[in-house]
Design a protein around this ligand. Structure first.
Ligand SMILES: Nc1ncnc2c1ncn2[C@@H]1O[C@H](COP(=O)(O)OP(=O)(O)OP(=O)(O)O)[C@@H](O)[C@H]1O
Ligand SMILES: [Mg+2]
Length: 231
């Protein structure tokens, strides 16, 4: 069973980039994906209108929990992967988390992003008994710089004080991840002339997809949870 994944945090930290990157991996692996755009700016909807959207990806918008729920149910029925971009609104983050199996809280290693991630984690913890049974959540490092600043290291230790786990792999700061928003398409169907460094971005994205149970073992019924990321 493919999990329903929701992504969100209270402050802009790379939610949409993470959602689109995961969707791109799945589509490249021939997995049908419903990208549910529940974020304020509808960046995913705008992205889909640029063209070059893989045929495996459908983008839908959801302004409220009822719409989100209808889309998630339909995706589960079809056996599609559903990814909800819940954006930064607390209502959307809570609704999306309740409907999903796994929530990712993107966090940049900057103080304001980390405080927002910790607050998001607190909200999800308060809601832990609600929604799908056994749902879990994790922090996902986003736009990581390869040489971390002293500040970033301190901020990272703040995140590690939470009981909530952090994915081992995050997304490094790469121009390749921005290219789909300029040209349409995903890192898997763009070319290196347009977006340098695609190979590394693809490898990183695929590793992340394995870790959250979308590729590999996560795709078989009896091993639906390849990695227990819950606290
Ligand atoms: N891993 C990354 N590498 C390079 N650029 C990134 C990465 N992650 C995010 N960005 C850039 O940072 C900016 C914000 O990212 P994104 O739009 O994904 O965040 P968001 O949390 O969805 O923001 P919003 O609150 O506007 O919805 C964008 O310009 C995006 O291209
Ligand atoms: Mg966004």
């Amino acid at each position: 069973m493919l999990p329903v994944i929701s992504i969100g945090t209270l402050k802009t930290s790379g939610t949409t980039t993470l959602a689109l990157t995961i969707a791109g991996v799945a589509a490249a692996a021939d997995i049908p994906v419903v990208l549910i755009d529940a974020a304020r700016d509808h960046d995913l909807l705008d992205w889909s209108r640029k063209g070059a959207c893989p045929s495996k990806i459908t983008v839908e918008t959801a302004e409220d929990e009822a719409t989100m729920e209808r889309l998630v149910r339909a995706a589960r029925r079809r056996g599609d992967l559903a990814i909800i971009d819940a954006g930064t609104s607390v209502e959307a983050i809570r609704s999306a988390a309740k409907l999903s199996d796994r929530t990712l809280i993107p966090v940049r290693f900057s103080p304001l992003s980390a405080y927002a991630a910790i607050e998001t984690d607190r909200i999800l913890t308060a809601d832990a008994g609600k929604g799908r049974r056994g749902r879990d959540w994790a922090f996902a490092a986003s736009a990581v710089t390869t040489i971390p600043s002293r500040i970033a290291r301190v901020v990272e230790s703040v995140i590690q004080q939470s009981q909530t786990p952090r994915l081992e792999i995050g997304l490094v700061l790469r121009a390749a991840y921005e290219a789909p928003f300029l040209h349409g398409g995903t890192i898997f169907n763009l070319t290196d002339e347009i977006a340098p460094g695609l190979d590394r971005a693809r490898a990183e994205a695929a590793t992340l997809a394995y870790e959250i149970g979308i590729l590999g073992r996560g795709m078989t019924e009896n091993q639906a949870q390849p990695m227990q990321i819950a606290a």
